[in-house]
Design a protein around this ligand. Structure first.
Ligand SMILES: [Mn+2]
Length: 285
């Protein structure tokens, strides 16, 4: 058994980074990709690990308890990283805002802080913050954000009743999906607004860039001279941000488990794990 796992572990060498940033894991919800996150944590090590908010989904936990073993394993894995000498910093988000009552404290060696300023190996100062503080919907209309979770399903149901009524009145069909597409366009605007707000905040605080989460949209890009970095999430896209030892930031996508990656590696369909590839440019987003 041990010999076997050694063999399979060989082509999946552990990646070493200076810093790793993950966010929006949403432990406690069915959407959480805990298995992929565990696999990620197993194959990626760093001196510092920033948990950039929405790690545990407190809103959902209040409503229904979904806490399988894999979610426990994630917590244990994070605590083990602390024991092995990594600095683990938790910057709470809006879904785990209960942790905002414990700022400045440590839990199992995990530091809880509102935001951080991380200096990269090449001397850039990065504001590390979840980002909900700059999301107009969350900060000014919490009820609307809660509504979003089930509003879509409900709207589809209403739409079928609505159109039955319209038909009786001799009115043409009103398309919910057309309306929803318009809303999606607005959502794209929302992402842009959010990104610009965070970049502006970083500049205001004299930072060279910002590393945030919240909108589940991973990227590394320049916004008016400020480096805007979003860690993405471990719900849909399964992304993380890594800082190499030279300060280079890289977006990592971790959407396959070890046994799914192995055959692709053998066939050459995916790149082998890199020790530290200089040719892989910083912004992969
Ligand atoms: Mn959030």
């Amino acid at each position: 058994m041990n010999a076997n796992s050694d063999v399979t572990a060989e082509p999946q060498a552990t990646h070493q980074y200076r810093t790793l940033f993950i966010s929006d894991v949403h432990l406690g919800t069915r959407g959480c990709q805990a298995d992929l996150l565990l696999d990620f944590l197993k194959h990626n090590e760093s001196e510092e690990l920033f948990l950039v908010g929405d790690i545990i989904d407190g809103w959902r936990l209040k409503q229904s308890w979904h806490w399988p073993q894999a979610h426990n394993d994630v917590v244990q894995k994070l605590l083990r990283k602390v024991r092995k000498g990594a600095r683990v910093v938790f910057v709470p988000g809006n879904h785990d805002e209960f942790a905002r009552d414990f700022l400045g404290l440590e839990f199992g060696g995990v530091e809880v802080i509102d935001h951080a300023v991380h200096e990269t190996a090449d001397g850039r100062k990065m504001l590390v913050i979840h980002g909900d503080q700059f999301d107009i919907v969350v900060s000014h209309a919490r009820w609307l954000a809660h509504l979003g979770d089930w509003a879509y399903d409900f709207a589809i149901l209403i739409n079928s009743w609505f159109n039955r009524a319209r038909r009786k009145l001799g009115l043409p069909y009103w398309s919910f999906s057309q309306w929803a597409k318009l809303k999606v366009k607005k959502a794209v605007n929302f992402i842009g607004d959010f990104e610009r707000a965070l970049a502006a905040e970083a500049r205001k605080r004299g930072a060279d860039g910002v590393i945030c989460g919240h909108i589940h949209h991973a990227t590394i890009r320049d916004i008016d001279g400020v480096t805007y970095v979003n860690t993405g999430d471990f719900v849909e896209s399964c992304t993380a941000i890594a800082e190499h030892f030279d300060g280079r930031l890289e977006l990592i996508r971790w959407s396959l488990l070890e046994h799914e990656r192995a055959p692709l590696l053998l066939s050459g369909a995916v790149d082998p794990p890199e020790p530290a590839l200089p040719q892989k440019a910083a912004a992969k987003a």
